[in-house]
Design a protein around this ligand. Structure first.
Ligand SMILES: C[C@](O)(C(=O)O)[C@H](CC(=O)O)C(=O)O
Ligand SMILES: [Mg+2]
Length: 301
């Protein structure tokens, strides 16, 4: 009932244990708090909160328009609904190193287990698009150092994302990853790797956990769990996958209503009323106060 009773501190410890376990950790992207419940129920290791999804959900493109307040608020709403660790995409950290420091403290307050900060220029863009720009090494490392120094819980995970592969190539990505680890990054997110061999090369470059971004319609092939595990990747995100599925389903249902004058044909694809109430734990509220909450699940509908 209500929110997760697992504390943010405990989630951060669980996240670090997962990354150290030698088992590839799968983090699908939640597009709202309820979908985080679904991710937990299906047995995943954690919840990813995508900057692209937060922006797109507001009807905006993913070009750094969302504010720290918007991101921390929404990420907090998602994180508190699940017992799993949740990590959030903090884009470029929302400003200069001082702003990055404040961002980290706000994200800690919001109950996140960690975040990633990237080395793109502002305005940033999706890492799988062309024409990206990255900041110089000094600026990139200062962002990460500011983030690492700002946290109050030493287990809050600071992940450094580098977008340099698409700009200067793989060797530059390896060099930058090493420098970001020296600056205090606990993990590395090498963006827009093209092949499994490139993930393997990044794995060789650093001793900290690395992340694979399996976003659809991007630069990386959609490698399977076994493929990513075979090259030593520690964690995989499916950042926009659920939003794309949900919006795809919504579009088809709207088309059905328009074409047929009723949604009837699409009802079998929908989450039933019972299932929806199950996900929001309706029965627990009913037990808590039967005089107010007297709902009973009507059959299978
Ligand atoms: C991971 C990512 O940063 C995100 O915001 O989810 C995006 C995903 C996408 O746009 O497909 C990215 O830059 O890769
Ligand atoms: Mg992003």
């Amino acid at each position: 009932m209500l929110y997760s009773s697992v504390t943010p501190e405990a989630k951060r410890i669980a996240f670090r244990e997962g990354l150290a376990s030698g088992t590839l950790q799968q983090f699908p992207g939640a597009f709202n708090p309820l979908s985080a419940r679904l991710i937990e129920e299906k047995g995943f290791d954690g919840v990813y909160i995508s900057g692209a999804v937060l922006a797109n959900d507001l009807g905006l493109p993913d070009i750094g328009l969302t504010t720290l307040t918007e991101v921390a608020t929404r990420a907090g709403q998602i994180a508190r609904m699940t017992d799993l660790p949740a990590i959030v995409d903090a884009d470029t950290g929302f400003g200069e190193p001082m702003n990055v420091a404040r961002s980290i403290q706000e994200l800690e307050n919001a109950g996140l287990a960690g975040c990633h900060i990237e080395d793109q220029f502002n305005p940033k863009r999706c890492g799988h698009l062309d024409g990206k720009n990255v900041v110089d090494l000094d600026t990139a490392t200062k962002r990460i150092r500011a983030a690492a120094d700002a946290r109050r819980d030493p287990n809050f995970l600071i992940m450094a994302r580098t977008d340099i592969r698409a700009v200067d190539g793989l060797e530059a990505a390896q060099d930058r990853a090493r420098a970001l680890v020296d600056a205090g990054a606990d993990a590395i997110f090498p963006e827009a790797m093209k092949t499994l061999e490139e993930f393997a090369a990044m794995r060789d470059a650093v001793d900290v956990p690395i992340l694979a971004n399996m976003t659809e319609f991007g630069k990386s092939e959609l490698f399977s769990y076994d493929e990513l595990a075979s090259v030593g990747v520690n964690m995989v995100i499916y950042p926009v996958t659920l939003l794309r599925s949900a919006m795809g389903a919504a579009e088809r249902t709207l088309e059905t209503i328009k074409a047929k004058g009723t949604q009837q044909d699409d009802v079998p694809n929908m989450l039933t009323r019972a299932r929806l109430y199950d996900l929001v734990d309706y029965e627990a509220y009913n037990r808590f106060d039967t005089s107010v909450f007297n709902f009973q699940v009507p059959g299978k509908h």
